[in-house]
Design a protein around this ligand. Structure first.
Ligand code: NI
Ligand code: MN
Length: 229
């Protein structure tokens, strides 16, 4: 049985056989964070969808302390390699079998750069979402993305849980996220990336209602809450 815990914003803990992982581990400066970065120093994998601060977050700190392997695209890992942490380089469209299951990078429509503390902007390659297989379940974390027809290709992946941004401004809003759900047809949809700041305010109950209308179950998790699948 796989377990997903919503940390807040786009950050998740994901657990299953051979996996104690984090996705987009943004703790410091995350107004929604229900945990501290030091609560997760026993993780073995960290998944990073792109280099923006609210996703790359505390990856370097946690990876250095935990010795976890960071799974990310080539450009992001080139940056991370400078910190002496373990990385696994992948890229969009690629799939690899890890000890816990397959991981595939799928397209996201967004930007991808890292802004360093002195304001330098480092190119991060193409952004992406993850399809993570663990304990026989398929979890899709969309990363930051706009609505795209590429999502129609995910229907055949038979996604069990889709974690989708709904906050608008930087990503899909509620209306577009419901259209994404219509394309992906996951067994369960969970909203994320909303109400962290005023700029991305959204009503998740409207997302749940909209999903129901297109025949997909949706669940709102508050930061700190988990679901077992
Ligand atoms: Ni972003
Ligand atoms: Mn973001």
């Amino acid at each position: 049985m796989a377990k997903l815990t919503f940390i807040g914003h786009a950050a998740w803990a994901i657990e299953g056989n051979n996996l104690k992982g984090l996705i987009d581990p943004f703790f410091d400066g995350n107004p929604q964070a229900a945990f501290k970065k030091d609560d997760f120093l026993d993780v073995n994998y960290i998944f990073v969808t792109h280099g923006h601060g609210d996703h790359l977050g505390d990856t370097v700190y946690i990876a250095q302390k935990s010795k976890a392997t960071v799974i990310a695209c080539f450009e992001i890992t080139l940056y991370l390699d400078k910190f002496g942490i373990n990385t696994h380089k992948m890229h969009v469209g690629g799939k690899y079998k890890f000890p816990f299951g397959n991981v595939k990078l799928v397209p996201a429509v967004h930007g991808n750069s890292i802004v360093t503390q002195n304001g330098e902007v480092i190119y991060g390659g193409m952004p992406y979402g993850f399809i993570i297989e663990v304990d026989g379940k398929k979890i899709y974390h969309a990363g930051d993305t706009g609505l795209t027809m590429d999502m129609a290709l995910l229907e055949k992946e038979n996604i069990d849980v889709a974690l989708l941004p709904i906050g608008g401004n930087f990503t899909m809003d509620v209306e577009d996220a419901i259209r994404a759900v219509e394309l992906i047809k996951p067994k369960l949809a969970i909203p994320m990336h909303y109400n962290t700041w005023p700029l991305i305010e959204a009503d998740p109950t409207k997302f749940v209602e909209g999903c129901k209308k297109v025949g997909v179950e949706a669940l709102i998790l508050n930061p700190g809450e988990s679901v077992e699948i």
